[in-house]
Design a protein around this ligand. Structure first.
Ligand code: ATP
Ligand code: MG
Length: 260
């Protein structure tokens, strides 16, 4: 069964897109079949996968409005070796158009049903807002990965997000769970980052991934070449961290089922 994961945090610039793109590439490099869904009108995950958002005639926008299927819309990221359901600024209009539509929160979930079995992992890059697009991501997903920077206000934002996830679980998607919290752009020399990281572990225990993503210039450079960092500088600390995160996910995936 495919693992469908929303990568979300309503705070901007915390590393959602960097995580989605590099995790997709790392899982694909490990032989997994991956679909990346770009739910952000900024189209950064699309561009970072080597697909030019300006050249697209159909995008996730057409899928959400029911005009196209995912099979008709997806592209292959040749460089990343995964499929992409791309986005561009067209998607900015979707919010308004969806409001009056039936099942407006579950349109992505419904569209995904036809192709989900073709993939081992579906990773959904959400925009920095708790809006209807993000809600579609949370309804389509079975779990949520929350990238976060270990800053002073990070925990406050986290409680809003956890409340939203609870509400979605209560009303629209009862199976939704928090997969894990990912510490991004981490600088171990920063005392505050260490303290926030410690607090995170106290509050969320084993929901915090063991893998930490360091601040690394190669991760920031790679999108300007339209490639995941794995194909920009394989040995960089950033690339290695995302490979380690993929391994952490795969080790959970392959954990034997214990019978009590
Ligand atoms: P948005 O909320 O706008 O969608 P985001 O949460 O998707 O942002 P990213 O776009 O992934 O965040 O990252 C924000 C910026 O930080 C980008 O310029 C990215 O290249 C850079 N960045 C992300 N992770 C790292 C890292 N570990 N080290 C250095 N730079 C990083
Ligand atoms: Mg983003």
């Amino acid at each position: 069964m495919s693992k469908i994961m929303a990568i979300t945090n309503q705070k901007g610039g915390v590393g959602k897109t960097t995580t989605t793109v590099n995790l997709a590439a790392s899982l694909a490099a490990a032989g997994r079949r991956v679909l990346l869904i770009d739910l952000d009108p900024q189209g950064n995950a699309t561009m970072g996968s080597g697909i030019d958002k300006r050249d697209l005639e159909v995008t996730v926008y057409h899928v959400l409005l029911g005009r196209k299927t995912i099979a008709e819309t997806r592209k292959n990221s040749e460089v990343g070796r995964y499929d992409v359901l791309p986005a561009n600024r067209d998607l900015a209009g979707a919010e308004v158009e969806l409001v009056d539509m039936p099942q407006r929160e579950t349109r992505l979930r419904d569209a995904l049903q036809a192709v989900a079995s073709e993939y081992d992992y579906v990773l959904i890059d959400c925009p920095p807002a708790l809006n209807l697009l993000t809600l579609n991501g949370l309804c389509a997903a079975k779990s949520v990965m929350i990238p976060m920077q270990c800053e002073y206000y990070a925990l406050e934002g986290l409680s809003d997000l956890v409340n939203t996830i609870r509400k979605v679980r209560a009303s629209l998607n009862p199976v939704l769970e928090i997969e894990g919290l990912l510490r991004t752009m981490f600088d171990p020399r920063n005392m505050l980052a260490q303290q926030v990281s410690d607090q995170l572990q106290q509050h969320f225990g084993n929901k915090v991934y063991g893998t930490v993503i360091p601040r690394n210039i190669r991760l920031a450079e790679a999108p300007s070449y339209g490639v995941p960092a794995l194909y920009h500088d394989k040995l960089s600390k950033g690339t290695q961290a995302y490979l380690a995160l993929a391994n952490e996910l795969l080790s959970i995936e392959t954990k034997p089922i214990t019978v009590a």
